[in-house]
Design a protein. Structure first.
Length: 227
């Protein structure tokens, strides 16, 4: 068991059995291992980078050993499946961030708050963090894995990841929700100010009426006193 919180040798063995078990089982194994490792630590970009890098290293080693006698396309497919499995796991990280941010928004935290700004920024960087970690680990996988990795990485560079798409949608939705809340708050404040102004005007008018009544009453009493 590695410090990343998953069994690297077990993952390597999954690649050796990939031909018999199929790509979906391999994808699920990578997903489960990545998710388990992420759940065992703080969900920060630094830790995501570390976990993805180590899972990628294990995937490279597994594809190299399990792909003995396999064609370049078969190895490429295994690596593609591994990245897809990590992508699936990071979707859970995006959802965890969405739920936490939603709670902050419901508690009235605004876009001006440093904590919220950082959280939204980290969410936007999740795809870049993931792919940078994959590319770094793939770069150290050796010459035999260079060509398959190049094909896989080119594909994800063009199509992007589900993590990136969901993170972008989450940020857009939350920012829109907060802006709506701010507009509603401003509208409520303006309405309250108008109500206060109207109340103040009525209050002043009432005071003026009271003063006028008092003056008239005083004027009426003065002649009676002279008698």
């Amino acid at each position: 068991m590695s410090k990343a919180g998953f069994d690297q040798q077990a993952m390597i063995d999954q690649f050796a059995q990939a031909a018999a078990k199929g790509s979906e089982q391999l994808r699920k194994s990578v997903h489960d291992a990545t998710l388990q490792a992420l759940q065992g630590r703080e969900l920060s970009l630094k830790n995501i980078r570390s976990v993805v890098g180590q899972v990628t290293q294990a995937a490279s080693a597994g594809a190299a050993s399990g792909g003995i006698g396999a064609s370049g396309k078969q190895i490429e497919d295994m690596l593609d499946t591994a990245v897809a499995g990590m992508d699936d796991a990071l979707l859970k990280a995006v959802e965890a961030n969405r739920l936490a941010l939603q709670r902050l928004v419901e508690q009235g935290v605004s876009l001006r708050e440093t904590q919220l700004k950082k959280a939204l920024g980290d969410l936007e960087k999740m795809e870049d963090t993931m792919m940078a970690a994959v590319k770094k680990a793939a770069g150290s996988a050796g010459d035999s894995m260079a060509a398959p990795w190049a094909q896989v990485l080119e594909k994800f560079d063009v199509s992007g990841t589900k993590t990136g798409a969901q993170a972008a949608g989450t940020v857009e939705a939350l920012v829109g929700q907060m802006q709506t809340a701010m507009r509603d708050t401003r509208a409520a404040s303006i309405k309250a100010a108008q109500t206060l102004a109207e109340s103040y005007t009525a209050l002043v008018s009432g005071v003026m009426i009271g003063m006028s009544d008092a003056l008239r009453q005083g004027a009426a009493e003065k002649p009676s006193r002279k008698k």
